[in-house]
Design a binder for this molecule. Structure first.
Ligand SMILES: Cc1ncc(COP(=O)(O)O)c(C=O)c1O
Length: 437
């Protein structure tokens, strides 16, 4: 049995004065209880009850170098000794902007912010300012942060269907307290559906400012774009005068140094990056063509934030990128190979235990789900997975010394090793055995 007495007691204490007991609502979903961290190093994390886990949660994605990486920690500490944030300009901003322009194929200029949510807000604002139009097309099952203007719930596939005039149903808010009007400019479409895209974009191009898409549907099943789909999106938006935003908050610095758009050879007008960019320190960015970014240069578009580009965050991003670039980015092949091995091993173990499931792996990220189909290539099928069973599995994996995100998304870091993968497969074997007994 997993020891959780200390975590349970701290959660009770936290609930007295910390709203919801956790700092981000999603974290409350962890079973058997939200765990309290004591310390973490490399690929391992310890909780306050003394349990140690191999970590594939990785703080929901940012920890591409693992926990408390020596080089990154040194860079952060030396930046801090010179002052954390100035409210003045400093060399770190210039250096980071130069490095990002080098790395991101679509970017002539960048703007720095603190979170993925903020980067998406800025990208949408730039698109509207540039086109003078209001509507934004987004896709069923994608996530773009929690701001009122883009956060939706996904009650059913029918909602994302368009009629012959390119009209879609009103999009429901993702949470209470969100104004119904905040989503009035959102058009929700099924992803990977060429016909739906054509239908809506061609008919309503005069009112659509932007299409925003995750390049891989990482937030719902790690589903890959169909062959030619992102290229089609690129061509169609260009033809129709619509801004194409790729939301690479997860895939940026994860699928390759140049993100998914570097890996797939697609050039969006704007890209949003965050998470892995700072290796665990809060920083995000929007990158884009000079033509779009000029709206910040001319002050037509306001881009604000007290802590934007602070020296701790820029130093963390520069150190993270330096590490990832070492030896021509060899670490990306290493992470991918380990994750191919792990995802194939998990598929074999599900087969061995006669448990129906799918693992969708793309580079150093995969989604594992329990579902009785051969493949999951669309959001509706993904929604039919047994999510309760997976939550139970994630709980059993804690007993086996492995920390997972309860929704099925696994991340790997540059410091996970072959021995971690082997230990994890043994843990999966035991946990699946318990799951069916
Ligand atoms: C694709 C994508 N965009 C935006 C966000 C929002 O980022 P943040 O949580 O840093 O605000 C996320 C967060 O998971 C994301 O996955």
């Amino acid at each position: 049995m997993l020891k959780i007495d200390q975590s349970l007691s701290k959660y009770e204490q936290a609930k007295k004065h910390l709203a919801g007991g956790v700092a981000s609502s999603l974290r409350a979903s962890q079973k058997p209880t939200p765990l309290y961290a004591e310390s973490a190093k490399g690929a391992r994390i310890r909780d306050v009850d003394g349990n140690e886990y191999i970590d594939y949660l990785l703080a929901y994605g940012p920890l591409i170098l693992g926990h408390a990486h020596d080089g990154l920690t040194d860079a952060i500490l030396s930046a801090m000794r010179k002052g954390y944030t100035y409210g003045l300009q400093h060399d770190g901003e210039i250096e980071l902007a130069n490095v990002l322009i080098d790395i991101l194929p679509c970017a002539d200029k960048v703007a720095l912010s603190g979170s993925g949510t903020e980067a998406v807000m800025l990208a949408l604002r730039l698109a509207r300012a540039h086109t003078g139009k209001r509507k934004v097309v987004r896709f069923h099952g994608h996530y773009h942060g929690w701001s009122d203007s883009i956060f939706t719930s996904f009650p059913g596939a029918g909602l994302a269907q368009s009629d012959n005039d390119g009209q879609t149903a009103a999009v429901p808010p993702g949470t209470q307290g969100q104004s119904e009007n905040s989503l009035a400019d959102i058009i929700l479409l099924p992803w990977n559906d060429f016909a739906a895209l054509e239908n809506v974009l061609r008919v309503r191009a005069h009112e659509i400012a932007a299409v925003i898409s995750e390049p891989v549907m990482c937030n719902s099943g790690c589903i890959q774009p169909k062959s030619g789909y992102l290229e089609h999106l690129r061509t169609l938006t260009k033809e129709l005068g619509i801004v194409f935003i790729l939301d690479e908050v997860i895939t940026g610095f994860r699928l390759s140094l140049g993100g998914a758009h570097g890996r797939f050879g697609i050039k969006p007008d704007l890209v949003t990056i965050g998470k892995a960019m700072g290796g665990g320190i809060a920083i995000s960015a929007v990158g884009g063509s000079a033509e779009l970014m000029k709206h910040i240069d001319t002050a037509a578009v306001s881009h604000l934030g007290t802590l934007n580009g602070n020296s701790v965050a820029t130093s963390a991003a520069l150190a993270t990128i330096r590490e990832l670039k070492c030896d021509n980015g060899v670490v990306y092949d290493r992470m991918e190979n380990l994750f191919i091995q792990l995802s194939e091993g998990i598929r074999e173990l599900m087969h061995k235990h006669s448990i129906a499931g799918v693992v969708n792996q793309v580079g150093p990220v995969f989604h594992m789900m329990f579902i009785d189909v051969k493949e999951v290539t669309d959001f509706d099928t993904f929604n039919r997975r047994d999510s309760g069973k997976y939550v139970k599995f994630a709980e059993l994996m804690l007993e086996e010394g492995v920390l997972l995100r309860p929704n099925g998304l696994w991340y790997i870091s540059a410091v996970h090793e072959q021995a971690d993968i082997e230990a994890t497969l043994l843990a999966v074997d035991r946990a699946l055995c318990k799951l069916i007994s």
